[in-house]
Design a protein around this ligand. Structure first.
Ligand code: PLP
Length: 399
């Protein structure tokens, strides 16, 4: 048995296994016990009176959760609808793009599943996919803007851009990118899977064409809660991918567009119904509300990453101004793992099996170049990063 460090005093608010050091909030989030209990109550209601809950109680609850989320991200609830996750949300948007013989542009930092969907759907429509190679490490956001600009052509019609990249943990200058692409008449889909609850933004001020984000990552609502935003200028042509009831219970005309998307058939909607609770519960854990949570997590992630980088004698790969609550630290090279999925490099396996640390190792741009990506959430303590650094030193010394 190894001696693992203590997490923060807030750890018990989460259901996480205390025998593991949890430094990977970024991949799948983590939901506090209080919210999980709320979710169970909704499931109990559904199962004790399926008809009453689904027919009479569900819609006002759905609506109030969507409204609370819309207020939090800075748009009208009528510009968005809830989806189970970003992957599905991106697919929804892509299926709504009808153009052909154009160029669709994304970057080598975009999330794998979404790039895959972008290729499949774009190529099915007869479009050419351009994957802009943005360097990593990088020195400034200008490198991103310049690389994008030099890869545009008169045929570029659509771009899929990550707000906070997954494997490389960079906050992209998303407003500047949207403005640049709009100035060339290009529509922008923002994959903002990590943004709500990690960084400050105002959705309306972005004026993105489409925007998708998870609530189950940094808002800490239950898994299966996310949203799609569609700019009002595209709503008329934007249709459901699968048609369902047209739910115009709400007499307000403004709700008609988004109400086409809300009923996904019979299923457990409890994750959606806990978004509002998560939005109010999380800030109740600290004095300074969401601003304090975002600052605390970012400060801890950067402090922890620097501590590890110092131990290993390496530099962080991007300027601090481009970092949030997930941060990459360069490691030594590793070979391509047998099971090729970022989570299974040899170092990652030793960290988990031997030292009980859950943290992803990322091969980027490709093996053998390897990084470890740390996350920070309220339940983490600085001692956990110290421990990770010491374990990495031991692994490096013995390899
Ligand atoms: C940038 C980005 N996009 C999309 C996703 C996919 O999110 P989900 O699995 O909730 O669909 C992730 C997950 O980590 C991500 O980091």
């Amino acid at each position: 048995m190894v001696n693992i460090p203590k997490p923060s005093l807030l750890f018990d608010q989460w259901k996480l296994n205390p025998n593991i050091v949890h430094l990977n909030h970024g991949s799948f989030g983590g939901t506090p016990r209080f919210i999980i209990e709320k979710q169970k109550k909704y499931i109990d209601k559904l199962e004790s009176e399926p008809v009453d809950f689904s027919v009479r109680q569900w819609y006002p609850l759905y609506y109030e959760n969507k409204k609370a989320l819309a207020d939090f991200v800075g748009t009208s609830e009528h510009n968005m609808y809830l989806v189970p996750n970003t992957t599905i949300g991106i697919n929804y948007i892509l299926h709504n793009q009808k153009e052909s013989n154009q160029q669709w542009l994304t970057t080598n930092h975009a999330y794998g599943a979404c790039i895959h969907a972008f290729h499949k759907i774009g190529e099915d429509r007869g479009n050419e996919i351009i994957k802009v190679q943005i360097p990593f490490p990088l020195d400034s956001e200008n490198e991103i803007l310049e690389k994008l600009e030099t890869n545009l052509s008169p045929k570029t019609s659509l771009a899929l851009i990550d707000y906070i990249t997954s494997a490389t943990a960079i906050i992209f200058p998303i407003k500047k990118i949207i403005d640049l692409l709009h100035s060339k008449g290009i529509k922008v889909i923002v994959d903002a899977a990590h943004a709500p609850g990690m960084v400050d933004f105002n959705l309306d001020a972005f004026d993105a064409d489409y925007f998708v984000a998870n609530c189950h990552k940094w808002i800490c609502s239950p898994k299966g809660s996310a949203f799609v935003y569609v700019n009002p200028k595209h709503q008329k042509e934007y249709k459901p991918v699968f048609y369902s009831f047209y739910n115009d219970w709400n007499a307000d005309e403004a709700a008609h567009w988004s109400n086409q998307f809300i009923w996904e058939g019979t299923k457990d909607y409890s994750a959606y119904l806990c978004i509002k609770d998560a939005l109010s519960y999380m800030p109740s854990l600290v004095n300074g509300g969401w601003n304090e949570i975002k600052k605390h997590n970012r400060d801890l992630a950067i402090q922890g990453a620097k501590l590890i980088a110092n131990k290993l004698g390496v530099e962080l790969p991007v300027p601090e101004s481009m970092l949030g609550s997930i941060v990459n630290i360069p490691l030594w090279d590793d070979k391509i793992p047998l099971k090729f999925f970022n989570y299974y490099t040899e170092v990652k396996n030793i960290l988990y099996d031997q030292y009980k640390i859950e943290v992803p190792c990322v091969l980027f741009p490709q093996a053998p170049k390897q990084y470890v990506r740390v996350s920070a959430q309220l339940y983490n303590s600085i001692e956990e990063y110290e421990y990770l650094g010491d374990c990495l030193l031991k692994i490096r010394n013995s390899s």
